[in-house]
Unconditional design. Structure first.
Length: 122
């Protein structure tokens, strides 16, 4: 059975790069441009995994995760943060919000990211 991954990032190039990296026959990929759009897409499509940036217009990634976790289904979906922000305060906020994995765009290579996605999908 095909798994669905929702990719949320306001940077179109970053979204397309991640989509290209994850593109295969066993994954259905959905994209959203900001946290508000991503939250709606998540609650409508109920993906198996969400990969999101933090700093986005309309609704940031952490607020999106906090809102997602208020939904019964949203309490258990794995969320990977993929962001340029490496500050300990934001990492702690993300973990408190219920993020499954926190990765920085600077420190992660495509192989590591793909491995994290596979692990999170089970």
């Amino acid at each position: 059975m095909s798994k669905t991954v929702l990719i949320i990032d306001d940077d179109k190039l970053a979204r397309k790069s991640l989509t290209s990296l994850l593109a295969n026959d066993s994954l259905n990929l959905i994209e959203a441009e900001n946290g508000a759009e991503g939250l709606k897409a998540a609650l409508d499509s109920r993906p198996d995994l969400i990969v999101t940036d933090i700093h986005m217009p309309e609704m940031d990634g952490l607020t999106m995760v906090e809102e997602l976790r208020k939904d019964q289904w949203g309490q258990s979906v794995p969320v990977i943060i993929l962001t340029a922000d490496e500050g300990m305060d934001i990492i702690n906020q993300a973990l408190s919000a219920g993020v499954t994995v926190y990765l920085t765009k600077v420190g992660v290579d495509s192989r590591m990211l793909a491995d994290q996605v596979v692990t999170a999908l089970g």
